[in-house]
Design a protein around this ligand. Sequence first.
Ligand code: ATP
Length: 214
Amino acid sequence: MPRIIGVFGGTFDPVHNGHVLTISELLEKLPFEKILVIPNFQPPHRESSQVSYKHRYEMASLAFKDIPKTEVDSREYLREGPSYAIKTVKEVMSEEEGARVVMIVGSDSFVDIHSWYKWKELINLVDFVIMKRPDRPLSKNKKAQNLVSSEWFKKDLFEDGQLNIFEIEVTPLKISSSSIRENIAKGKKIDHLVNTLVEEYIKEHGLYGTESFT
Ligand code: ATP
């Protein structure tokens, strides 16, 4: 069995319980040696983030602090420019010789795979584990859905020599960074959506228009 290294990228604007709890669940289901949590410096698929890289990185570090086998990784900041997944996985592959690198994404991200930079090269380089988000299903894009294995996730996923694109059921959590930003802007509570340390960080730094938020 090869060593399995997960790569979980995102804007994390802000990081939330949907990210942390689903990654914890994946760690129980799959034999990852570690999962690199990689905040995008400049997300390729959106205009920009609402708060700076530094804040997003700090919040991700607080949120994943107590999750074993995870490491928040600043490589995209150091590299600057658009945060293309293919560059990141190539770097990780060269550092982790002999390991199998697995991209971890939500179904809403994979639905747009055809717009990713060098996507064909990417799916021929690494495995994908797609976390099912019921409110944002893969069936929204038949072309993306056709790339996914018709079998559901199986435990010995990484034992065959082939690359796989698998969808996996995780506890559905209807939490998104955008809904958190909206809640804050409306002065609503977010304590059930993010880790306490992240909530405190947001308040302390007045992020997302926190003036009205208690
Ligand atoms: P936004 O609402 O701003 O689009 P987001 O909540 O989707 O943000 P991202 O930082 O864009 O957060 O997500 C990083 C990765 O985590 C993506 O692959 C996304 O699909 C996945 N993800 C986000 N929220 C969840 C969730 N609740 N359950 C499973 N996966 C999630």
